[in-house]
Each structure stands twice: as structure tokens, then as C-alpha cells.
Design a protein around this ligand. Structure first.
Ligand SMILES: Cc1cc2nc3c(=O)[nH]c(=O)nc-3n(C[C@H](O)[C@H](O)[C@H](O)COP(=O)(O)OP(=O)(O)OC[C@H]3O[C@@H](n4cnc5c(N)ncnc54)[C@H](O)[C@@H]3O)c2cc1C
Length: 344
């Protein structure tokens, strides 16, 4: 029989690991310090309550396809649709994405890459102002976490963890830490060298017609519609910053970005959110067992691409639990071992 899995932390990572255990018939429990869904009112805001959940297949100033997107996207689509069908609430929303060139250099990069087929599967057209990219998606990360929390509270899989006090390193079988920026710089996986990058975004309101509700706009910053008149605008990136309180400076800079993306259309800021992304030294996520403590595992470092990465990572965990198959070395936490002296 497969070992019972104790999942500690229920953001996106914990949610999808729990979901995948449930589907695979692997016994599991899931714990988090906060049993309710009023997640934005507390100081330690999980990234999954903040993140916009955009899946953009072509990103960055060099306009590169997201890492393994061709293989990972079908896995993500299937998992989010399956969860939505099961709980009776959609979490995955398709869009087209208009990627404007921020400068002459980006235009030149696109013109060089387009004929080579570098955007194959996602680049729909190229013109002087930018690229049309399709498909792109938004995943309602916080809605998904809240819905699965309710499901598991009702089914008895869910427990409230006491902090401080409860050990994150014990359990009958395997304990997998899915704690995002919790305990960053401390704890049993400290040697992996995970770091933080604070991010902020705004929710804005406009008159209907100010943007196409089916289109994500992107020029360095992005605007993702939530409805005909509401949108999220983001996001700032502050490497090394672990605070998650919104700042005036970020609001001003995101309002400038919104004004640029919307042209002349007026808007008002409805709310502002800040959270912390977790990033590994090589920018890839981390999963797998502790090299010395076999009953401890991790699922973290989703960076800015948790919505795309987490479904496949959850599947990697399940394949490992079911057959003992090692997880993909590109994401295995053990790639950062041996540790720096004095760490274990
Ligand atoms: C501004 C911003 C914009 C973003 N936009 C996007 C985007 O467009 N697309 C995208 O894919 N990603 C985006 N992200 C990233 C995305 O939000 C994250 O990759 C993802 O939500 C991380 O999920 P997680 O489960 O690893 O961590 P979290 O969501 O932080 O969850 C960690 C969980 O662990 C719990 N926890 C913490 N400490 C402890 C502890 N000591 N013990 C037990 N439990 C604990 C917390 O309560 C929480 O529930 C964005 C992030 C930010 C900040």
C-alpha cells in the first residue's frame, strides 16, 4: 500500500498535490495554519491569494517560450478542467494575448524568431506593434484553493496546524512541505537556497468597452480582464524582498502601466495586493524528498509560473509515490545537495 502523505501548506502546490493524491487513491491529509478563506485579511498572505494565475506561453524581453510549455500546458488544462468539473466551478479561463513590443530591440527579436518557427503553436500573427499569442489562460488560483479547502474540510482530510508549535517534519508516512514563503531562509530545506521576490498588483475598474474582456494586454506589465469592466494589472518584481505589504510606490507605477495599456480610457483602482514568490537559484521549481531524511519532501519555488508548472509537478510526485520512479532531475530538490557546511 502507498504511504500516507501529510501535506503541509495549502496554497496552489498543496492543493494540486492533495487533488492528485485524491485522484490516485493515495491516502493523504492536508494542513494549513488558516482554516477560513478570509486570506487577504491576514499578514502572511499566501502567493496563491494574490497571483493573477496567468499562463503566458511566450514571455520575457527575449520572447522565449515558457519552459517545457508544449508538454506542460496540456497537463495543466486537463487538471484545472477536471477540478472545475468535479467541484462545479470553473477555474480555467482562456484568452488571446496581445504582446506589445516595449522597444525596438524586442521588435527585432520577434522578427528574427518568427521565421525560424520559435513561436510555433502559440504565435498567431506578427505586426509592427507586437505579437498575437494564443492560447493563453488565467487560472483562478484563490478560488481553487478555497473550493478544495471546503471540499477537504467536509471530507475530513483537512486539519488546522498550530503555529508555532506543530512540527513540519513529522508524520506516519511522508510529509511534503508546500509552504511557499513560510520559513524561507530557515527549516530543513534551507540548503536549497530558495529566495523571495515580492510582487504587487492592482484590481481596477473601467467603463465597459475600455478593453476586450477576452484579451490579456502585455507590455512588460500586463492587464488581465476579470469581467467586462474589471481587470488585474501587474506585476511588480522585487528580488530578495520578503515583505508582503502593499506600497504607494508600486501603486503609482502600476497605475502608470494601466494608463499606458488602456490608452485614453479612464479607470479607478479598486484594490491592491502584495505577495511573495519563491525562487530557486536556477529558477526552476523544486520537488522531491530530502536526500538525508526520506520521510520529508518539498513542493515549492513556483516563481511566477505556478499556474503552468504545478499540475505537472503534482503528477511527478504521484508517479514517484506510486512506482518509486525518481522525479525529473531538472526539478528535483536534491540537485542543490550537497549542502553548504553545517546544514542538513
Ligand atoms: C503579485 C504576484 C503575481 C503573480 N502572478 C502570477 C501569474 O500571473 N501566473 C502564475 O502562474 N503565477 C503568478 N504568481 C505566482 C503564484 O502566485 C505562485 O507561484 C503560487 O501561488 C505559489 O503557490 P504555493 O502553494 O507554492 O505558495 P503559497 O500560495 O504561498 O501557499 C503556501 C501555503 O502554506 C501555508 N504556510 C505558510 N507557512 C506555513 C507553515 N510554517 N506551516 C504550514 N503552512 C504554512 C500558507 O498559509 C499557504 O496556504 C504571482 C505571484 C505574485 C506575488
Amino acid at each position: 500500500m502507498t504511504t500516507e502523505v501529510r501535506i503541509v501548506g495549502q496554497g496552489l502546490a498543496g492543493s494540486l498535490l492533495g487533488w492528485s493524491c485524491e485522484r490516485a487513491g493515495i491516502p493523504f491529509t492536508i494542513e494549513d495554519p488558516w482554516p477560513d478563506s478570509a486570506q487577504n485579511s491576514r499578514l502572511n498572505v499566501p502567493a496563491s491569494s494574490v497571483g493573477a494565475g496567468i499562463i503566458n506561453p511566450i514571455t520575457g524581453q527575449r520572447l522565449v517560450k515558457s519552459w517545457r510549455v508544449d508538454a506542460l500546458l496540456p497537463v495543466a488544462i486537463e487538471m484545472y478542467q477536471e477540478i472545475g468539473d468535479t467541484v462545479g466551478q470553473p477555474f480555467l479561463f482562456p484568452y488571446r494575448l496581445r504582446r506589445f513590443f516595449a522597444d525596438q530591440r524586442e521588435r527585432a527579436v520577434a522578427r528574427e524568431k518568427w521565421p525560424r518557427g520559435d513561436f510555433a503553436g502559440f504565435g498567431k500573427s506578427l505586426d509592427d506593434d507586437g505579437l498575437w499569442i494564443e492560447p493563453a489562460f488565467r487560472v483562478d488560483l484563490s478560488g481553487l484553493v478555497v473550493a478544495l479547502r471546503k471540499r477537504w474540510q467536509e471530507s475530513g482530510h483537512w486539519r488546522t496546524i498550530e503555529l508555532p508549535g506543530t512540527s513540519l517534519a513529522g508524520g506516519a508516512g511522508l510529509t511534503v512541505q508546500c509552504i511557499g514563503s513560510g520559513e524561507l531562509g530557515q527549516g530543513v530545506f534551507n540548503w536549497a537556497g530558495l529566495t523571495s521576490a515580492k510582487g504587487e498588483l492592482l484590481e481596477i475598474e473601467t467603463a465597459a468597452g475600455a478593453f476586450d474582456p477576452q484579451v490579456i494586454l502585455n507590455r512588460r506589465e500586463w492587464l488581465v480582464p476579470l469581467s467586462a469592466s474589471r481587470a488585474l494589472v501587474g506585476a511588480t518584481v522585487e528580488p530578495g524582498v520578503a515583505a508582503n505589504l502593499p506600497t504607494e510606490q508600486a501603486r503609482v507605477s502600476l497605475e502608470q502601466a494601466a494608463a499606458q495599456l488602456l490608452g485614453a480610457a479612464p479607470f479607478r483602482t479598486v484594490s491592491q495586493r502584495a505577495g511573495v514568490r519563491v525562487i530557486a537559484p536556477d529558477k526552476h521549481p523544486v520537488i522531491g524528498r530530502h536526500p538525508k531524511k526520506n520521510s520529508l519532501g518539498i513542493f515549492n519555488a513556483l516563481g511566477s509560473k505556478g499556474a503552468l508548472l504545478a499540475p505537472w509537478l503534482a503528477q511527478e510526485w504521484i508517479a514517484h509515490l506510486q512506482s518509486g520512479r525518481p522525479v525529473d532531475p531538472a526539478v528535483e530538490v536534491a540537485r542543490f545537495w550537497p549542502a553548504r557546511p553545517g546544514m542538513s
